[in-house]
Design a protein. Structure first.
Length: 179
């Protein structure tokens, strides 16, 4: 396999992996808040899964962007993967991915530095994870050919629909104390 094909395969695979990890992060995060200590599955059971998925999407996103930077077909610079609309390649579908990455960085930063933020600011920033998942999904639909394959498109759309339903319920349901 030539280097361009390797970069393409690695970039796409890491992108799908990052999107999957983002979805799992949103689902396990919501599950921690929706579960009660007397539930069949207490909130603490979701914490480890949430932490693993949270720290999985980052390296996968870095690999995704790095592979596309070295891909001779994409002609991306590192700044194109960090600043929305910086690239002449990819247009708004690429910008959706960059905005997703930026939103997730803010969400994780809010969790890591929660003591330095007001509770309201932390909540607003941390909940950026929900739109970040939607932006990443839209990026995957419009920026590449991966979602043209029915099994992947159906499974990722079902996962995204689940995240959207859980996020809507999470945002509209009364808050449950974490146990």
């Amino acid at each position: 396999m030539d280097p361009a094909t390797v970069a393409w395969v690695v970039g796409r695979t890491a992108g799908v992996g990052a999107l999957t990890a983002l979805c799992l992060t949103a689902l396990t995060g919501a599950a921690m808040r929706l579960s009660t200590s007397d539930s069949a599955v207490p909130p603490s059971s979701f914490r480890l899964a949430h932490e693993i998925s949270t720290f999985s999407w980052g390296p996968l996103a870095v690999i995704h962007v790095a592979a596309l930077v070295v891909d001779p077909v994409a002609h991306l610079r590192l700044v194109d993967g960090l600043v929305p609309f910086a690239s002449s390649y990819g247009g708004w579908p690429l910008a959706l991915g960059v905005l997703s990455l930026d939103a997730m960085v803010l969400s994780v930063a809010a969790a890591l530095w929660h003591r330095r933020l007001t509770p309201r600011m932390r909540q607003v920033l941390h909940r950026l994870a929900y739109p970040a998942v939607g932006l990443a999904w839209a990026h995957s639909i419009w920026s590449g050919s991966d979602m043209m394959r029915a099994p992947l498109a159906l499974s990722m759309t079902a996962l995204m629909a689940t995240v959207a339903a859980v996020a809507a319920y999470r945002l509209l349901a009364p808050r449950v104390a974490v146990g």
